[in-house]
Design a protein around this ligand. Structure first.
Ligand SMILES: Cc1cc2nc3c(=O)[nH]c(=O)nc-3n(C[C@H](O)[C@H](O)[C@H](O)COP(=O)(O)OP(=O)(O)OC[C@H]3O[C@@H](n4cnc5c(N)ncnc54)[C@H](O)[C@@H]3O)c2cc1C
Length: 450
């Protein structure tokens, strides 16, 4: 008879984790460390269908690969320091390319190049001998160092048998477990397998993005893209937003838009604003490493049940930023619940769900802020005024940099959207923006009549 509450993971308890991405590795590391502190030992197996040493999409967890400053610092506090073979570049600024011109934003708060860019797999196709170490492989090794076993196998069926989850792969039983951790993200269709269990879990809603890796050589990338992430908000048809992330010899181009396809990368690379940044005589390659990963844009419903908990993208993630940081948050909260409180449905509801709800509520503020940002960009005088204010703020960073900080915090993962929202309500900067917008309108009218 299963009860709503259940005792915490005991000494020798078996934990099965489906997915060896950041969420699976983080859960394993936190659970092993906490168990050790409590004088217990866990038998943890991570089931991961990929090996992250392979190049191209087959060995990669497909993301832009920006690790936020806050996460770099949190990992360091956990004793997880990203080695130079994992970090492809340290970021010190964001460079915005807009209809109104370009502006580079630095934050007075950022520690020197405190944001890291990484590859989630063994590197783009064709990057042999570039000395690239995958971030996911690095974390998975940390989980193994803490005592986990890794099996490179796909889990395609779960059954509840005698009150315990039992895992299967291609008809073969793998093993039963005291706790099953769903850390399989949203990029594969594993969510449907969990939904069939009938616990009330519903996988998160998703949108499709496009990612391309283009080789340009380290020297060119250092001189043109430097230690900066470039964001393009250019109103190109079917493209909402493009970011370029410098990584050694390659740039990663991430495109969000309406069902983006390979043609979108070519259209973007042909845009005059981008052409300026390409090496002389650059020809768009016929073939380049690319993929169409899914992004979590809505929380899972009921990310827990009796002996079952979902973490990372399979549960809740921050909207459009710091998904890896969200995996850290949810995995830590789930591991603490399982070891300190219990592995029953009520235990997760009481002690794990609040961590997910904090992220979900914060995303509502994020949605609102992105809508306002979109609105400003469609009202020309306002967007010109906004742009001018940010340019002025960047000339003297020691003074108030209200709008630069808002933009910085929206695009990096360092602050919660709620805090940004509260700051954005400050009436004085709003008046300043409206005045700048009116001045820009008047200038336009005046000059058009001359
Ligand atoms: C285009 C794009 C850009 C992004 N950019 C960033 C960024 O710059 N910074 C950031 O922090 N986040 C970014 N994200 C979000 C980030 O990728 C995710 O939030 C993060 O990867 C979630 O980690 P996870 O471990 O939950 O899932 P994943 O990283 O997806 O890992 C899940 C793992 O489970 C494995 N798996 C799935 N099903 C099974 C199965 N049935 N059996 C065995 N193994 C299985 C998969 O192979 C995979 O390794 C981006 C996402 C996208 C799509």
């Amino acid at each position: 008879m299963k009860s709503a509450k259940n005792s915490p993971l005991k000494d020798g308890a078996r934990v099965a984790i489906i997915g060896g991405g950041p969420a699976g590795s983080f859960f394993s590391i936190f659970a092993s460390k906490l168990a050790k502190d409590l004088g217990r030992r866990l038998d943890i197996t991570i089931y991961e269908r990929k090996t992250f040493v392979n190049q191209g999409a087959a060995g990669c967890n497909m993301c832009a690969g920006v690790v936020s400053e806050s996460l770099v610092q949190l990992l360091a506090l956990e004793g997880i320091n990203l080695p130079p073979s994992v970090v492809q570049s340290g970021i010190e600024s964001y460079h915005f390319h807009t209809q109104n011109g370009n502006v580079r934003i630095k934050s007075s708060r950022l520690q020197q190049r405190g944001i890291a860019t990484i590859y989630r797999g063994g590197g783009p196709k064709g990057s042999i001998e570039k000395g690239i170490q995958s971030f996911d492989d690095f974390l998975l090794h940390k989980a193994v160092e803490c005592g986990a076993k890794v099996e490179h196998i796909i889990v395609d069926e779960i059954r509840m048998e005698r009150d315990k989850p039992v895992l299967y792969s291609r008809g073969k039983m793998l093993h039963d477990c005291d706790l099953l951790v769903g850390a399989s993200g949203v990029k594969a269709s594993t969510g449907e397998m969990y939904e069939k269990l009938g616990t009330g879990y519903k996988a998160p809603s998703i949108i499709k993005a496009m990612q391309s890796e283009i080789e340009m050589g380290n020297n060119w990338i250092s001189s043109q893209f430097a230690h900066s992430i470039h964001i393009f908000l250019l109103h190109i048809p079917r493209i909402k937003f493009v970011s370029i992330i410098p990584k050694g010899d390659f740039i990663t181009i991430s495109i969000l838009g309406k069902e983006p396809d390979a043609g979108c990368t070519k259209v973007f690379l042909s845009h005059p604003e981008m052409r300026k940044m390409l090496p002389p005589g650059f020809k768009i390659p016929e073939k380049f490493c690319h993929c169409f990963p899914k992004i979590n844009v809505g929380a899972a419903r009921k990310p827990f049940a009796h002996r079952l908990v979902f973490v990372g993208d399979a549960s809740s993630a921050r909207l459009y930023k710091d998904g890896i940081g969200s995996s850290y948050i949810t995995s830590k909260a789930a591991a603490h619940t399982a070891l300190l409180y219990g592995i029953g449905e009520e235990d997760f509801k009481e002690h794990y769900l609040p961590a997910c709800e904090t992220l979900n509520r914060d995303n509502l503020f994020g949605q609102f802020l992105f809508h306002v940002n979109d609105l400003i960009s469609t009202i020309s005088p306002l967007s010109r005024g906004y742009f001018k204010i940010i340019q002025q703020e960047q000339k003297n960073l020691q003074k108030d940099a209200h709008y630069s900080d808002i933009l910085w915090d929206m695009f990096t993962g360092s602050r919660f959207y709620k805090n940004i929202f509260i700051r954005a309500l400050n009436p004085l900067p709003i008046i300043r923006l409206l005045l700048a917008g009116s001045a820009s309108s008047l200038r336009k009218v005046f000059f058009s009549h001359q």
